[in-house]
Write a protein that binds this ligand. Structure first.
Ligand code: NAP
Length: 309
C-alpha cells in the first residue's frame, strides 16, 4: 500500500493550497479528488475578489493552482474516498486503491443545496452550474433561483447567452454583493422576481416553466432552464464517524485547522467559520499544511524536512 506524508482529500482551493505549502516544506503529498479539480471555484464564471488577480475565470484559477501544486511535486488522483481509518498510519480507502498517510488534511468542501422540489433530479432542464450548462440555453428563456453571489454571477453569465433571465429570490434583499446586483439591474434582458418562491416545476418530458408564488399571487413563468443557486452544504459525512460536526454539519477546528484527532486537519469550506470565501479557503490550506508539517516533525524530530524552493 502506498504511503505518503500528507494525504489531502479535496482538490479545491484549500486542498491545492495545502499541497503547495506541504510540498514546499519537503513532504510527500497525495491529493484525492472525486470530481472537479478546483472544486466550486472551477464553475465560477468570473472571480473578481482574489487579491492580485482583478479578474480571472474560476476554471483558469483552478488550472493555475493545480499547475503550481503539481510542478512542486504534489500528485493528484481522481478517485472517490470511501472510507477513512484513523491509526498509525491512517488509512484512506478509495474506489480504486488504498493509501496510508502520517497526516490527513480534510478539505472536501461543500456541495449544492437543492430546493427539494418534486422531479428536480429527473426532469431535463434543471442545472446547478451556469458555466457548464448555460450554452444549452443560448437564445432561450431561463431562470436562476437564489440571492447569493453564485445566483448573481450565474444570472450575469446567462444574460450574455439567453434571451431572458429571471432571477427568483425568496426575499426582497440580496445576500450577494451589491456591485453584482447593480450590474444585473442594468442588463435589459434580466428581470427580478423578488419575495418569490418556486412552487412547482412545469413540463412533462422537460422543463417548460415554473409555477411561482409571491405575496397575494401565483403565476406561471415559461422557461427552458432553471439554475439552482441556493447555497451549499458541507461534505463531511465521510469524516463524521471520526470527528464531531456542529449543528450545521461543519467540522470544528481551530485557526490552525487542527481537529480533536491528532494528525487530522480540516481546511476550507467544510470547517466551521464565519467567512467562506476563496481567500479564506486558501488561508486554511496554508494553515493546515503548516500545522501538518509541524505535527510530522514532532513525530520524527530526527528526520528534518528538505524544503522545495
Ligand atoms: P449563499 O451565499 O449561502 O446564498 C444562498 C442563497 O440561496 C441565499 O440567497 C438564500 O436565501 C437562498 N436559499 C437558500 N435556501 C433556499 C431555499 N430553500 N429556497 C430558496 N432560496 C434559498 O450561497 P452561494 O451564493 O452559493 O455562495 C456561497 C459562498 O461562496 C458565499 O460566501 C459567496 O460569497 C461565495 N461566492 C464567492 C464567489 C466569488 O466570486 N468570490 C462566487 C460565488 C460564491 P436567503 O438570502 O433568504 O437566505
Amino acid at each position: 500500500m502506498e504511503h505518503v506524508d500528507i494525504l489531502i482529500i479535496g482538490a479545491g482551493p484549500a486542498g491545492l493550497t495545502a499541497a503547495i505549502y506541504a510540498r514546499r516544506a519537503g513532504k510527500s503529498v497525495l491529493l484525492l479528488e472525486k470530481s472537479a479539480i478546483g472544486g466550486q471555484i472551477a464553475s465560477s464564471p468570473q472571480v473578481q475578489n482574489f487579491p492580485g488577480l482583478p479578474s480571472i475565470s474560476g476554471a483558469e484559477l483552478a488550472d493555475r493552482l493545480f499547475d503550481q501544486a503539481t510542478a512542486l511535486g504534489a500528485r493528484l488522483e481522481l478517485e472517490e474516498v470511501l472510507e477513512i481509518r484513523d491509526g498509525d498510519p491512517k488509512t484512506v480507502v478509495t474506489d480504486y486503491a488504498s493509501y496510508t498517510c502520517s497526516a490527513l488534511i480534510f478539505a472536501a468542501g461543500m456541495t449544492h443545496r437543492s430546493l427539494g422540489l418534486p422531479r428536480e433530479d429527473t426532469l431535463p432542464g434543471i442545472s446547478f452550474c451556469a458555466v457548464c450548462d448555460g450554452a444549452f440555453y443560448a437564445g432561450k428563456d431561463t431562470a436562476v433561483c437564489g440571492g447569493g453571489n453564485t445566483a448573481l454571477q450565474d444570472a450575469l453569465y446567462l444574460s450574455g447567452l439567453c434571451r431572458q433571465v429571471t432571477l427568483i429570490h425568496r426575499r426582497g434583499t440580496f445576500r450577494g454583493d451589491p456591485i453584482l446586483v447593480d450590474t444585473l439591474r442594468q442588463r435589459p434582458n434580466v428581470s427580478f422576481a423578488l419575495d418569490t418562491v418556486i412552487e412547482e416545476l412545469l413540463g412533462t418530458d422537460a422543463l417548460t416553466g415554473l409555477r411561482l408564488r409571491s405575496p397575494g399571487k401565483t403565476w406561471d413563468l415559461p422557461v427552458s432552464g432553471l439554475f439552482q443557486a441556493v447555497g451549499q452544504l458541507p461534505q463531511t459525512a465521510l469524516i463524521s464517524p471520526l470527528l464531531p460536526l456542529d449543528g450545521a454539519g461543519f467540522l470544528s477546528a481551530g485557526e490552525d485547522c487542527r481537529t480533536s484527532r491528532p494528525g487530522i486537519f480540516a481546511a476550507g469550506d467544510c470547517r466551521a467559520k464565519s467567512l467562506r470565501q476563496l481567500t479564506t479557503a486558501c488561508a486554511d490550506g496554508s494553515s493546515a499544511a503548516t500545522a501538518a508539517v509541524r505535527y510530522l516533525e514532532a513525530l520524527s524530530p530526527d528526520t528534518p524536512s528538505v524544503p522545495v524552493l
